[in-house]
Design a protein around this ligand. Sequence first.
Ligand SMILES: Cc1cc2nc3c(=O)[nH]c(=O)nc-3n(C[C@H](O)[C@H](O)[C@H](O)COP(=O)(O)OP(=O)(O)OC[C@H]3O[C@@H](n4cnc5c(N)ncnc54)[C@H](O)[C@@H]3O)c2cc1C
Length: 409
Amino acid sequence: MERVRLAIVGAGAAGLMAAYAAARRLPPGSVALLEGNPKPGKKLLATGNGRCNLTNTHMGPAHYHGDVEAAGGMLAGDSVGRVLGAFSRLGVLTRTDEEGRVYPYSLQASAVLRALWQGCEEQGVSLLCGFETTAAQPHKGGFLLSSKAGGRLWAGRCVLACGGMASPRHSCGEKGYGLAQSLGHTITELRPSLTPLSCPRKDAAPLKGMRCKARAALWAAGREVWAESGEVLFGDGTVSGICIFQLSARLGGRQGEVVLDLAQDFTAQGLTAYFTSLQRERPALLARELFSGVLNLRVGQHLAKQLGFVGERPLGSLSSGELRRAAGMAKGWRLPVGPCTSWEGAQVTAGGVPLAEVDCRTMGSKKQPGLYLAGEMLDLDGDCGGYNLHWAWLTGLAAGAAAAGASIT
Ligand SMILES: Cc1cc2nc3c(=O)[nH]c(=O)nc-3n(C[C@H](O)[C@H](O)[C@H](O)COP(=O)(O)OP(=O)(O)OC[C@H]3O[C@@H](n4cnc5c(N)ncnc54)[C@H](O)[C@@H]3O)c2cc1C
């Protein structure tokens, strides 16, 4: 049976970074990286639409959900320097957009994966693909790891970096939660996050395939919880888009409402004044065309229909109250929404191993000596914008360095 000083389960963002951080501190051949898929980094390649939004300069705990308090100072702004320092050592230059999103300068996720894997290879990491780890047992002062295909490996220390439940097509079948539980950890309730939101088919389905710019505000329990501006996409009983993903992280498992302001550059009074002057100038225009000068035509017709502006009714017949209501609808179209329960469309997993069960300086397990945990399998999830990969890199760096026995820089 092969024996290594350190085994890392999962060759995703966190596992690759942990392997690189550990191998830099150990003799070649000390680190084995075990991946269930035929190749490493499948999800990493899909990130940021293939461009890999790897971190964000607006870093801070406000962009995270879950065990944020337990993460303490880990998520402070200076952690970005730690991550970018690692990429700079790997030769990956970056560029930052106006919203602080950091990408590889090449805008290729494949360049990030290649640099990480080449860095690991140069430091003598051995990669075992197709090693879907099904058991990790404490054994002779270390861990005995077994694979679905019957492989066995002994490692002095072990990092679990198995990712989460989100987007299962990018991850191997066996998840790491069972491994963590078998080694004494608990798992909080798991929920898909950064997902589309479900909404009644009658509201969204007629607009299926449409995109429009809006300010999207999430309302739950009678108050505005969060708002984001961006593109909203309508599906068959769903709304999505990055701004909606951000709201999904704040909706949790609840029901709520998304209020869309489709005419952000106007006040409700300004819009009413515009409708009133349009009515004065063109009283014979069909009322269902009221929104045609301001909103996407299909969206406008849909709102007009909901307001009862149908058939041959002319604009001149609308009362001032109806014009005000129309302006109110364009400024605040309320859609009842609920969480999406499917993992397929989710970008990240909410819930996981509580951070209270690890030492957040080293990512070392408080339940099992010699065990470390990193990445999405922990109970911390971030907003869209590079925050989830940031967490994966940061915890990978800490776990790899600590598991190699080095002090954390
Ligand atoms: C489409 C999409 C786009 C995204 N874009 C961004 C983005 O631009 N920026 C951002 O910050 N975040 C993004 N995310 C989220 C981000 O990809 C994840 O948060 C991040 O990859 C988590 O890293 P990880 O290493 O913890 O898990 P993963 O990257 O999922 O890696 C875990 C690895 O472990 C392997 N594995 C699991 N169990 C076992 C086992 N038992 N044995 C062996 N191997 C195992 C899996 O096959 C996988 O390769 C995106 C997610 C998706 C789905």
